[in-house]
Design a protein around this ligand. Structure first.
Ligand code: IMP
Ligand code: MG
Length: 176
């Protein structure tokens, strides 16, 4: 049986996603936003967030090589799926499930900056601070969580647990 503890309820997530959507709508008023979801983890978050944004929005996705069943980040990333939209001159928001060491997003920011968007910002549902290594600026975040391995609302451990409507702390993720 999974040893997991509820840390963020469905209602709290819904409220926070509403707040983020409102903030993004205000900040990008009059602009056309491109939201880029980082698969697989951000699929639920971006789906809910996009519906709280009252702007013309384009949505695309990338997928980068992931942890597999490991619970740490190697820092080097490879695309297994890239966006299909041309983002040159556009206002781009990268939408991530969780920032941990920050290495994935730092690298992604460099790659996306090379594509010459008009602006590039980051929105993550969870900002996990304890293991941060890379000094990456996060423009919007839903929740600050200090430590622990989280699952649910898109977040997985070895591809399990993504479908929960709430977020749990997984007490003992087994090393791969
Ligand atoms: P970073 O490069 O260490 O910031 O790695 C971020 C990525 O690691 C996220 O996009 C997640 O896919 C994964 N990750 C980091 N912490 C967790 C967690 O607590 N639960 C699930 N996935 C996590
Ligand atoms: Mg991810």
């Amino acid at each position: 049986m999974d040893d997991k503890q509820l840390i963020i309820s469905e209602a709290d997530i819904r409220q926070r996603v509403k707040d983020l959507g409102a903030a993004i709508s205000r900040d990008y008023a009059g602009k056309q936003l491109v939201m880029v979801g980082i698969l697989n983890g951000a699929f639920i978050f971006i789906a809910d967030l996009a519906r709280e944004v009252s702007l013309p929005v384009e949505i695309d996705f990338i997928r980068v090589s992931s942890y597999g069943t490991h619970t740490f980040s190697s820092g080097s990333i490879a695309f297994t799926k890239d966006i299909e939209l041309d983002i040159t001159g556009k206002d781009v928001l990268l939408v991530e499930d969780i920032v941990d060491t920050g290495r994935t997003l730092l690298r992604l920011k460099e790659i996306f900056a090379d594509r010459k968007p008009r602006s590039l910002k980051i929105c993550t549902l969870i900002n996990k601070t304890e293991r941060r290594e890379a000094d990456v600026e996060i423009d919007y975040h839903g929740f600050d969580i200090d430590h622990g391995f989280l699952v649910g609302y898109g977040l997985d451990y070895a591809e399990q647990h993504r479908h929960y409507p709430e977020i749990y702390h997984l007490r003992d993720p087994k090393p791969a």
